[in-house]
Design a protein around this ligand. Sequence first.
Ligand SMILES: [Zn+2]
Ligand SMILES: [Zn+2]
Length: 235
Amino acid sequence: MVNIWTYFKQFCRPRAVCALCHGPAPADLDLCPDCATTLPANHPACAGCAEPMPADGLVCGRCQATPPRHARIVVPWRYEGVMAHLVRQLKFHDHIASARLLGGLLGRHVMRQPDGALPDVLIPVPLHPARQRVRGFNQATEIARHVARVTGIPLHTGACRRVRATSSQATLDRQARRRNLRNAFVVTAPLPAHVAIIDDVVTTGSTSHELCSTLLRDGAKRVEVWAVARAARAR
Ligand SMILES: [Zn+2]
Ligand SMILES: [Zn+2]
């Protein structure tokens, strides 16, 4: 027998609008199936740092020389094309609705590819308070809210703070970035054993490396890095 209530709910389900083509989209995602196929998958990628690689199963030279401190990295897309557009909409045009889409996509991706137990909490990479005042929000936190919604993992925004206003990373090489970030974060609350750092874009991995080291030093036992997009490294 057809459940009339199920039928009624389907009929009345609110329709969302696709963030890319403005056509109808599933109510809980804001992206239509056609546009979903245009997202640039970050595959193949280095298992250590998610840097794009020419073939599957490779580990980049940097990760071979210095294995990363995180236990796992998940960066499903590349920072290019429509993905770069969506991230820029959020970061530079205050388009907070993009966080719902990006966090929803990341959360779904993680749930489709489980790898052991899920983390106890999600910790967004903190912005320095001065930077956050200017921007008005932290894009990593906004994305993490929706990863939490989709995965059911609690969000822990009070776990750590950024205490050093680091200069722009864009023009620095890897060593200089790491020096620039040293002691940039402090842990401000007890940490559970298993945490996932949430970020929008991974560029060199220096920020997540420093935060990961801080969390491991101050009580976490297993740290994962989950980000939406991987930017190509400057060479
Ligand atoms: Zn669309
Ligand atoms: Zn690597």
